[in-house]
Design a protein around this ligand. Structure first.
Ligand SMILES: [Mg+2]
Length: 253
């Protein structure tokens, strides 16, 4: 354990920071297709009259796009439950007759085909844990954390984290400071003693900087984001490069 460490917590973005999307098999919309089919079957079995499957799929996708467009105006969080309600309204269902929790369960979210942890993800998370750092996760995801936990569980990553938040649950997305503060509070960590690692400069890095955290830009070869004058404190191209940075931060205190 660390006796008087300068850094007490290390927080991560999820997608393309801890898990590698470079091998993903489908686009975003098609990833949802089997789950929308599950939802369709559940609603039909419950006695609701639905249009063609393709109509539900299209209306869902439009509700998702509309939700993100609206949320990006003030960095509020898109909420999956709200997206489903908007989808049901679009296809003329009586939302008062729908059990939203049951619908979300029936959607049956699963790990995304072709997405997996990086080769060094487990090694790095275990090294951080062994060093006594608290480990956090902040993801801009409309899904509630319990749904993203299905992925973390499948990747054997769930037990590393002391705090995990999604923007869908929080009502704010990165770069809004509120989502960072929520995770920091859950970990009882101060921003200046915390490191944030993420791949999207405009979301992950800008928000970490504005919150007063030490920012590390994860810039793996398959990703091409422009920094656009956003200045990360450190840049890495693989997660294992984070460990010497932490060592340096501890020795420089
Ligand atoms: Mg990301």
């Amino acid at each position: 354990m660390l006796c008087s460490a300068r850094i007490t917590a290390v927080l991560f973005d999820l997608d393309d920071t801890l898990i590698d999307w470079s091998g993903r098999l489908h686009n975003f919309a098609d990833t949802a297709r089997p789950h929308i089919n599950n939802l369709y079957d559940c609603l039909t079995a419950a006695g609701h009259t639905l249009p063609e499957r393709e109509t539900l799929f299209q209306q869902y996708n439009e509700a998702v796009v509309q939700g993100w467009e609206k949320a990006k105006k003030n960095w509020s969080g898109v909420n999956f439950g709200r997206v489903l309600i908007n989808t049901f309204i679009r296809i003329g269902l009586d939302v008062t007759r729908i059990d939203l929790d049951a619908a979300m369960q029936a959607y049956d979210w699963q790990p995304i085909p072709g997405v997996r942890p990086y080769a060094d993800t487990h090694t790095v998370l275990q090294a951080l844990k062994d060093s006594g750092y608290k480990i956090g996760l902040i993801t801009n995801s409309m899904y509630p954390m319990w749904m993203r936990d299905v992925e973390l569980q499948a990747y054997n990553m769930l037990d590393y984290f002391d705090a995990r938040v999604t923007s869908g649950d929080t009502g704010y997305m990165k770069p809004h400071p509120a989502i960072y503060r929520r995770a920091l509070k859950m970990m009882d960590a101060a921003p200046e003693s915390s490191v944030f690692v993420g791949d999207r400069p405009a979301n992950d890095i800008a928000g970490a900087n504005n919150t007063g955290m030490i920012s590390v830009w994860m810039n793996p070869p398959h990703i091409e984001f422009d920094l656009n004058n956003i200045k990360p404190d450190y840049t890495i191209t693989a997660l294992s490069e984070l460990l010497p940075i932490l060592e340096k931060l501890e020795t420089e205190k």
